[in-house]
Design a protein around this ligand. Structure first.
Ligand code: SAH
Length: 347
């Protein structure tokens, strides 16, 4: 953790104390500010125990890194999608807040765009703009928290970008969310398309974050057509690396599978996947999360009939492989997996 930059999402108490001292403020103010912004995760403007002049000075001294462009809320009010412009460039990124009665989950972007070019993913179709830095990632969580009456307890790195292609910034954001914001490591889920060396690096980290691996096919021939990175890191290597994480963290790994009608959802795909994952040596066994394909502009595939998806799940279960079907939250606001930024830019 560098702590060089004093920003609103992660104000380090030492530099903050120096800054407040320059303004002639008592030492306890630094703790007060940090408690408000980080522990309680409140917006600066709401910290009314601080004198107004101090709040105004802080607003300038602790810059935000994201400017809110738009916010869309689903008809049930439980899912919200934020479009931000980064102050640095500007690049455009998106974040999704999913509210639940007891806790909320935030889906963060780790890059502006993505270089992985998965054929069915809207972000992949657009290419990579740049990596996000740790503060820009943490700030997405904090800003979404401001819109959530429930405490945000879970963060999934399933927005735009490939988190393991931006390892250092992503890991710094994990340490910040865990250390500063008090989130449990197992409630932080890193989802990867299968960057095997990055997965192995995760296995060596002390914080046991949760791993999700995007598989999408039971064999390399099909997978490489959907996920170009498969040519570099084929399924066997990715599964090996994932087993290392499962062993090191003592936690179950989830495999994501975007289900595409007549492409990867035939019975033989289900059987092949069952055979593959039944034999996988990872601790806790494999769990498959089936995501019915969300339509994107650059890909002709469709989501299967729900009965086909259920049948696919049943085949996996027959092999003792856990399978769940993901509920598509936020489809009405294009906030579902792989849809981010598709219609974000005004044309
Ligand atoms: N780069 C990371 C995070 C990407 S988004 C990864 O690949 O895991 C999280 C999940 O959404 C991934 O499993 C991704 O494959 C999936 N996804 C992307 N586009 C989708 C789409 N159009 N429909 C359904 N799932 C999609």
């Amino acid at each position: 953790m560098t702590g060089e930059r004093l920003t609103r999402s992660t104000p380090d108490v030492g530099p903050l104390r120096d800054l407040l001292a320059e303004w002639g403020e008592p030492a306890y103010r630094a703790t007060q500010v940090r408690d408000g912004l980080v522990v309680r995760r409140a917006p600066l403007a709401s910290l009314t125990t601080l004198p107004r002049t101090v709040r105004e000075l802080l607003a300038e001294a602790l810059p935000e890194t994201l400017v809110e462009v738009t916010r869309q809320t689903s008809t049930d009010g439980l899912t919200a999608k934020f479009l931000w412009r980064t102050v640095r460039d500007p690049a455009e990124i998106e974040t999704v807040l999913m509210r639940n009665p007891s806790r909320s989950t935030v889906c963060v972007s780790s890059q502006a765009g993505c270089a992985m070019a998965c054929t069915f993913c809207a972000t992949g179709q657009a290419g990579l703009e740049r990596h996000l830095d740790a503060v820009e990632i943490v700030e997405q969580v904090v800003r979404a928290q401001h819109a959530s009456p429930e405490r945000v307890s879970n963060v999934v790195y399933m927005g735009m970008g490939e988190p393991l292609a931006n390892y250092d910034a992503v890991w710094e954001s994990v340490e910040r969310l865990h250390g500063d914001y008090g989130m449990s490591a197992r409630h932080l889920t890193i989802s990867t398309v299968g960057v095997a060396p990055g997965i192995r690096r995760l296995a060596r980290e002390a914080l046991p974050v949760t791993l999700a691996v995007s598989l999408h096919a039971p064999d390399d021939e099909l997978r490489s057509r959907l996920v170009p990175l498969d040519r570099r890191y084929p399924i066997a290597e990715v599964l090996d690396a994932a087993a290392e994480v499962a062993g090191a963290h003592g936690r179950r790994v989830t495999f994501e599978y975007a289900v595409i009608d007549r492409v990867n959802d035939d019975l033989e795909h289900g059987h092949a996947l069952g055979v593959l994952l039944r034999a996988w040596p990872g601790v806790g066994g494999a769990h498959v999360n089936l995501i019915p394909l969300n339509p994107t502009a650059g890909f002709a595939g469709r989501a299967p009939d729900p009965r086909r998806v259920r049948r696919f799940a049943d085949v996996l279960r027959a092999y003792g492989v856990g399978a769940t079907i993901r509920r598509n939250r936020g489809v009405d606001i294009d906030a579902a997996c792989g849809q981010l930024r598709e219609r974000a830019r005004p044309s």
